[in-house]
Design a protein around this ligand. Structure first.
Ligand code: HEM
Length: 516
């Protein structure tokens, strides 16, 4: 086989030219890449949008920030907005908008938006949050919507109270042993037990586990894997084809989640055969609700139900746990806030053993403390993509149909025009019905639960968990931080969910019972 230079020489000297298959393949690949580059940079429908050329050229730009630098593209995108303006092209096929006032209009006012991309991220493409088509999503959501009404949550509240009391008992145990309690581990165990009880009708007793073993690590790892899966969508099918013991050997943190997947697969199988797996005294479970719903048979297959279980349980664990951790860190770290809150709680509950949701909800300062924690916990740190089958107007820009357009919750939470000193925890900003400079209610910009038809389904459950857990904690106990600082709650990585620095040991606290 002649080297390329010899082919050239042969061609120039008029000798008959025989190209090897490898040379031809290289030439074709090179021409294709060149043509693709020209198309993406100059002819693509998004070519006129601002942004770095490299991002327009290739998804490897995104991959570098997400995979190599571990969840840093969202942060980079914020820098790019500073440079290029409110709308930018962040991958060859995706635009990103930073404009808090457009958030509601985009997600809530446009009906029938599809959501491209999340179906590849978690390995559960048929779960609600990952469903691509607006129509499929609508019927799947309608099937479980009633279970997430305030009324339904209240019919389950006795189980939430029980778990909150278990957490209180664990606090006393740590107090007696004079050992620090790791809130970053305790909260996912709490929220995990609650959502398991609600979805399946039993829990794994994670809150009673000595070290609060939970799905926490596994969800973190899944979040990080999501960045790889976005670039290489076959990763989850490949992982699913590998025996679990090998995956556990490669990634020990995945063990509880694989266990959960195996268990729920078996449980769903038993239920489909007519067995009742519920062991708690919940009136009804989400799982029963799906099975009894009018969903078509293809939405009640074993695999679809397994996907739904994973995303609903997943949605219910880390988000609320992180909001609880944020609230606790800041309240404990600011004695002034703790004292004011504790005083309100003592006035509302003279008997420290009492706890009542409605009374807790009537305390304005307490509500403000929770709102501020929700603002700073974001729910999701990921870009939240949508596509629309018609052109979309944004300012002077006409966005072509079916373009992936995303916005990001943390950018609204840190809009300094709306939330001055936005990285600081200031509950007072929520008091006395506050408005923005242009007269809109501040609450309008609390977007951590998302907006529109795909906004958080678990919002009512989340609020109840936040009120009862924090009410119990700050009425009954006083805390002292142990080797924890703001970097243990400040987001350092976007793994779909917000994640603090990777070497954080969590927010650890010493606990003392209050005497008043
Ligand atoms: C502070 C707590 C929570 C926050 C901040 C939060 C935030 C969010 C956000 C931002 C979304 C995505 C919205 C979108 O795509 O536009 C979402 C979706 C979802 N969340 Fe939550 N969440 C919380 C707690 C919960 C809880 C306790 C559950 C209970 C199961 C839950 C279940 C879900 C589900 C099922 C979805 C998908 C909804 C859909 O696609 O229709 N979340 N959540």
């Amino acid at each position: 086989m002649l080297p390329v230079s010899d082919h050239l020489t042969a061609a120039l000297s008029g000798l008959p030219l025989t190209l090897s298959p490898v040379t031809v393949a290289c030439a074709v690949a090179l021409s294709y890449l060149l043509a693709l580059a020209v198309y993406r940079l100059y002819l693509h429908p998004l070519a006129k949008f601002p942004g770095p050329k490299l991002a327009a050229l290739t998804s490897w730009y995104e991959a570098y920030y997400e995979i190599v630098l571990k969840g840093q593209y969202s942060r980079k995108i914020t820098d790019l907005h500073d440079k290029y303006g409110p709308i930018i092209r962040v991958t060859p096929h995706e635009l990103h908008i930073r404009d808090s006032r457009f958030f509601d209009q985009f997600y809530a006012k446009n009906q029938r938006l599809d959501k491209e991309g999340w179906d590849k991220r978690f390995g559960s493409p048929h779960g609600l949050i990952a469903t691509v088509k607006a129509d499929h999503h609508k019927r799947r959501r309608a099937a479980i919507n009633p279970m997430f009404s305030r009324r339904s949550i209240l019919s389950f509240i006795h189980i939430i109270y029980r778990h909150v009391e278990t957490l209180s008992a664990r606090m006393q145990e740590f107090e007696a042993r004079k050992e620090p309690l790791n809130l970053s581990l305790a909260f996912p165990a709490l929220t995990g037990d609650i959502i398991m009880d609600y979805f399946f009708g039993f829990n794994y007793g994670q809150l009673e586990h000595p070290e609060f073993a939970s799905f926490h690590d596994a969800f973190m790892k899944i979040g990080a894997t999501g960045h790889i899966a976005t670039q290489f969508p076959s990763i989850f099918p490949i992982m699913n084809s590998i025996p679990d013991f090998i995956t556990e050997w490669i990634q020990p943190a995945a063990k509880p989640l694989l266990q959960f997947k195996r268990d729920q697969w078996a449980l769903i199988g038993r239920t489909l055969k007519g067995e009742d797996i519920k062991t708690n005294d919940a009136q009804r479970t989400i799982f029963q609700e799906i099975l009894d719903s009018k969903l078509p048979p293809e939405d009640k297959t074993h695999q679809r139900l397994a996907d739904e279980a994973q995303v609903v349980v997943g949605g219910g664990v880390e988000t609320t746990a992180f909001a609880l951790t944020i609230a606790c860190f800041h309240i404990i770290n600011n004695p002034r806030i703790y004292e004011r809150l504790h005083k309100d709680l003592v006035a509302a509950f003279p008997n420290r053993a009492d706890l009542d949701l409605v009374k807790l909800e009537s305390l304005p300062y307490f509500k403000a403390c929770i709102q501020e924690a929700v603002r700073l916990s974001y729910g999701l740190s990921a870009r939240n993509p949508r596509t629309y089958d018609k052109p979309l107007q944004y300012k002077q820009w006409v966005i072509p149909p079916k373009t992936i357009v995303a916005m990001t919750i943390p950018e609204v939470s840190h809009d300094e025009d709306i939330f001055p000193d936005s990285y600081s925890y200031i509950p007072e900003r929520w008091l006395n019905d506050p408005k923005t400079s242009d007269g809109l209610p501040l609450e309008h910009f609390l977007v951590s639960f998302g907006k529109g038809s795909r906004s958080c389904l678990g919002i009512n459950l989340a609020w109840v968990e936040l009120y009862l857990t924090l009410g119990m904690m700050f009425r009954r106990y006083k805390f002292e931080l142990f080797e924890a600082d703001e970097s243990d709650v400040r987001v350092a990585h976007d793994f779909f969910i917000p994640v603090p620095r990777l070497d954080s040991k969590g927010v650890r606290v010493f606990v003392t019972s209050t005497r008043d």
